[in-house]
Design a binder for this molecule. Structure first.
Ligand code: UD1
Ligand code: MG
Length: 420
């Protein structure tokens, strides 16, 4: 039988501390729902077979996760062990490994999940836990090890002895289990503890009693395993993600003048020697070439693709803009739904009028064109190569290549008018 690698994401929890009309799991962190990130982390680790255990506001959670995952339902919140029991049908008859993840832990690195998987396979462990060393372990399950360093049990805060309370190694709530042995262990979990819950963590002791090998991976970066319960943690983890992404770009050769005010969302590509000035936001999926200059105060929205040597200056917002090499949009512009060729200059205050209240329309500008200051380009409209648009024009008709377009009222000077 083939060896499966599956994941179960526990996403049935309520999360009252968020003070929201929505489930906390569908709150967005850095542009993406918390639970969506949790699932994507498993996907990025190469896991294709994912089961989400949903309960509280399940329609909302399912609307976010869509058809990429399978669903198990937990009607009553009877503990983490009970949550995983609900996914039993998906595990039955299978061999291999299953990762168990918390739906409210969004910034776990896929590399960490792979480490967990690799260790469990190489060391033939039936349960491998992710643990962390915390100065203040309050609230977490403690990892109890014997003299040999083997894990004996996980003891929940409420069930700890005074000595166990001092233990600094905590359970992150992220596991890799052998599928068959997990199923057998789940049958043995009993809710005889301080909270009257079915603890998933009891699986460790159950496996130990059976003589099955268990182990742990200690996470290197403690921020990875943080969960989100309220808006304060939401902001904290947003900062962590922001710094993590900015650092990655800097390592790849991008200059970021101020990491604190630069917001680069997921899956953005930026070429070498591009400089990002302060107060710049770059949305998910944007592609920026080499030697570009972006900002300060620029807003690069979804669907933008910038070639090399493009300049996007201050107070410029662009959306779905495909911009050719060497083109400049230096100040105070909105360029949306447009294709701009190479070496164009888009004057200060130029605006694409891309929306008529019903539809979005496109603006196309050929190579080597010059658009004067304060021009409105009423889409759909096409400017050919090497066109020149006079400042202050409102362009509603296409402009053929090499033409000068002027679309504004002629100036009249009334002599001596102001002497009266
Ligand atoms: C759990 C661990 C604890 C660990 C901590 C790490 C147990 C018994 N304890 O504690 O050792 O240190 O995580 O954060 O597992 N959930 C359900 N259904 C339930 C209960 C929980 O779906 O019936 C989900 C929650 O939505 C959440 C996750 O499981 O995503 C963890 O639940 P939570 O209550 O936060 O676990 P803790 O008791 O904090
Ligand atoms: Mg709890």
């Amino acid at each position: 039988m083939e060896n499966n690698i599956m994941a179960i994401v526990m996403a049935a929890g309520k999360g009252t501390r968020m003070k929201s009309k929505k489930s906390k799991l569908v709150q967005k962190i850095y542009g993406k729902e918390i639970v969506k990130r949790a699932v994507e982390n498993a996907e990025k680790a190469g896991v294709k077979d994912i089961v989400a255990v949903v309960g509280y506001m399940k329609e909302e959670v399912m609307a976010v996760l869509g058809k990429e995952v399978k669903y198990a339902y937990q009607e009553e919140m009877l503990g983490t062990g009970h949550a995983v029991m609900q996914a039993r049908e998906f595990l039955k008859g299978k061999k291999g490994k299953v990762l168990v993840l918390n739906g409210d832990v969004p910034i776990l690195r896929p590399e960490t999940l792979n480490k967990l998987l690799e260790k469990s396979i190489e060391n033939k462990e039936y349960a491998t836990l992710l643990t962390a060393i915390y100065d203040n372990p309050t609230g977490y399950g403690r990892i109890v090890r014997d003299e040999g360093g083997n894990i004996e049990a996980i003891v929940e805060e409420k069930d700890t002895t005074p000595e166990q309370k001092e233990i600094k190694e905590i359970n992150a709530g992220i596991y890799c289990f052998d599928i068959e042995e997990l199923l057998l262990a789940l049958d043995k979990i009993k809710p005889n503890n301080a909270q009257g819950e079915y603890y998933l963590t009891d699986v460790i002791q159950i496996m130990n009693e059976k003589g099955l090998k268990t182990g742990a991976v200690i996470v290197e970066d403690n921020t990875e395993i943080l969960g989100i319960n309220d808006r304060i943690q939401l902001e904290m983890l947003t900062k962590v993600l922001q710094m993590r992404i900015n650092t990655e770009h800097m390592k790849n050769g991008v200059t970021i003048e101020d990491v604190n005010t630069t917001y680069i969302y997921d899956d953005v590509k930026i070429g070498m020697d591009t400089v990002i000035h302060p107060n710049t936001t770059i949305k998910s999926g944007v592609q920026i070439g080499e030697d570009c200059e972006i900002g300060p105060n620029a807003y690069i929205r979804e669907g933008c693709k910038l070639a090399n040597k493009v300049k996007i200056g201050s107070f410029v917002e662009i959306k779905k803009a495909i911009i050719g090499e060497g083109t400049k949009v230096p100040h105070l512009s909105y360029m949306g739904d447009c294709e701009i060729g190479e070496k164009c200059n888009i004057g200060c205050g130029t605006i694409t009028c891309n929306y008529d209240g019903l539809h979005k329309s496109k603006t196309i500008i050929g190579n080597h064109s010059f658009v004067g200051s304060n021009v409105n380009l009423v889409a759909p409209v096409t400017l050919g190569d090497e066109t020149f648009v006079a400042a202050g024009s409102t362009i509603t008709d296409d402009v053929p290549a090499y033409a000068l377009a002027i679309a504004r009222q002629r100036q009249t000077n009334k002599e001596d008018w102001n002497k009266k």
